[in-house]
Every structure is written in C-alpha cells, then in structure tokens.
Design a binder for this molecule. Structure first.
Ligand SMILES: *Cc1c(COP(=O)(O)O)cnc(C)c1O
Length: 334
C-alpha cells in the first residue's frame, strides 16, 4: 500500500539503508552503557552525511517543478552545500552556492569538493545563512533559468521528510535485529533532522527519547530554537496528513554543549574525535558529530544516561571538515 510518504516525489541519491552498528569497544572502554550507531555518514553521496536524505525529497520536488538549477547557502565549510552540489550534479542540475566569508587562496575540505562538483560559488562576506539567495535567484530567472531554492540546511517540511523516512528505516532494522533503544541522540542545528525524527518516531511507534544536541544557540535564526522545531515538526506532519500536534513537550534539547560557539573546536570535541577514532576507527567531525558525541560522553559520565540503557547515536557525517580544522585538532591553543 502506498503511504503519503511514498507519494512524495523523491530522487534517488544515496545508498539505503545505512548500516546500524554496535560500538562495543567504546562501550567496554566506558564500562557501559550499550551504544549503537546509525551510520548516516555513509549515505554515499560525495562523502555522505545527513543532508542526502533531505535532498532526496528536495531534489524530487525541484524536478517535479521543472527546475534546472539548485541554489542554497551556508558557511564555507558547509556539509549541506557540498551535498547539494553533488545532488545537483547527479541529477543534471546546475548549482549555485552562496557562502559566508571570502574566497581563500586554496580551497580545502568541503569547499574544495564544492568546486570539484562544479558549483558556482558566490561569496557573501558576513552573511553566512544565504541572505543573498533571493537576489541571485532573481538574476538567474532574468537569464532564463528556473532556480529551486533549497532552504538553509535543507530544513523545511519537504527536507524533513528524509528523517521521517529514516525513522521507518531504523525501526525495521531494530525489529529485525530484535533491539530496543531508550534514547536516540544527534547533532541538531537547522532542525530538519530533529523535526523529521520527532514525526517519524511518532508515526512508526519508536518509543524512545529523541534528544538533539544543540550545536549553536538559535542556529535557525527565527526565534527560539525549540519553537522553530515545533513549527517544523507540525508542518512536516501536515504534509503527510498526520493529525498529531507537537508542542514543547515533544522537544528534548541538550543545549549546554555549545562551548565557544559554532565551529569553534574545544576540548570536548577534540577528546570525542580522538576516542571514536582510536576505539572504533570511526571519524566524527569537528563541528557537529564531535560536539554531539562529546555531549553523549559527558552525559554518561554525569550519570544522566545510566549504564543499563541502550543509546543510539546518529552519525550525521561531516568528516570532510576534519582537514581544514587540522591546526585546532592537532595543536590546541595555536
Ligand atoms: C547539517 C548537519 C547536522 C545538523 O542537522 P540539521 O538537520 O541541520 O539540524 C548535523 N551533522 C552534520 C555533519 C551536518 O552537516
């Protein structure tokens, strides 16, 4: 039977299901609890990450609307922009990226990949959230193109469908392996992942806490972040004809780990990156998953998460940013 989710236009961009693995060496090292990891860093699209799932629905919508160009924006090291550039190339679309900052002499990390993937880059100085997108879209329209604006972080209701679907995927994997989880944790920033998982865990009856680790205070930029998440979850539910209303009681946010701000690597991230690399051979990133994993480790250490629980960490990607962060990972304080 076709569900409302199956009826949404969707481009095939990644390899799914992503692996569900157990971090048994890390668990043993910590003396518990049991920790599972959902490897959304392995979605397969140009080094992968959580934006692939959102882009399947966003590109689906762009193609259905007859568009020929994707436009989006973000920071110079945006994983979202890199995956959007790859999604455009894989779908025969042009891609324009509006990036904060100035052009560096030699591009590195995600920015290097944006260029290899053929994206046209517009530098926007202080404005790192795509504020110049409407103006660039207008210029493209005047030149006869049909641009599709991919929202900041891919986080609107259409993009969040990717994580409604991810919850269904996880539910099947857990069922098959006869596993149950008490909590799921992930880096939460522009909100599409978080909102999609709130709706998806409700819809597919995954009974666990859905805990976002805030990466930046009020990153989404339009009022308090929890309210933004409620609105996004409700818009996503509306799109699928789900009656349920989500209010602040549906939101779990750990917001005490934002450190010195977005993209500033501290001891928390450095230690988490090192621990995952040496105990599991898994690379987490300096901006998102290193911070979220650092938070998970602290919450275990503080006894907030107890040793008899089963935790699931969504690895949302980001490893290409390790390279441009080399100096702050290897020589802290320099
Ligand atoms: C974008 C991103 C996130 C945050 O996801 P949102 O849906 O924007 O909240 C987490 N991890 C990585 C690696 C990302 O690139």
């Amino acid at each position: 039977m076709q569900t409302p989710l199956d009826q949404q236009p969707r481009a095939s961009l990644g390899f799914f299901p992503t692996p569900l693995v157990e971090l048994s060496r890390l668990s043993r090292y910590l003396g518990g609890p049991r920790i599972l990891m959902k490897r959304d860093d392995q979605t397969g699209l140009a080094l992968g990450g959580n934006k692939t799932r959102k882009l399947e629905y966003l590109v689906g919508a762009a193609l259905a609307a007859g568009c020929d160009t994707l436009i989006t924006g973000g920071a110079a090291q945006s994983n979202h922009c890199r995956q959007t550039a790859a999604a455009a190339a894989a779908s025969g679309l042009a891609c324009h990226l509006v990036l904060g900052g100035e052009a560096p002499e030699t591009p590195d990390g995600n920015l290097l990949l944006d260029q290899l993937l053929g994206a046209v880059i517009h530098w926007s100085g202080e404005l790192r959230k795509g504020e110049r997108i409407p103006e660039i879209a207008e210029q493209l329209r005047a030149a006869g193109r049909k641009p599709y604006i991919v929202p900041y972080g891919g986080s609107n209701a259409v993009g969040a469908l990717g994580y409604v679907n991810a919850a269904a995927e996880l539910q099947q994997q857990l069922d098959k392996q006869n596993l149950q989880i008490d909590r799921m944790l992930f880096a939460s920033s522009s909100g599409g992942t978080h909102a999609g998982l709130i709706v998806g865990t409700y819809q597919y009856e995954l009974r666990c806490e859905v805990a976002g680790i805030s990466i930046d205070k009020d990153e989404a930029g339009d009022g308090p972040y929890p309210e933004h998440l409620c609105q996004l979850a409700n818009a996503t539910a509306d799109l699928l004809g789900i009656d349920q209303r989500f209010d602040s009681s549906a939101i779990t946010l750990q917001d005490q780990f934002t450190g010195a701000g977005y993209g500033v690597v501290g001891e928390l991230e450095r230690e988490a990156i090192k621990l995952l690399a040496t105990q599991e051979g898994i690379l987490v990133d300096p901006v998102y998953t290193g911070r979220a994993m650092g938070a998970l480790l602290q919450l275990i250490e503080q006894g907030v998460y107890t040793k008899d629980e089963t935790l699931l960490f969504w690895h949302t990607g980001g490893a290409p940013a390790l390279f441009p962060y080399a100096a702050s990972l290897i020589n802290p304080g320099r």
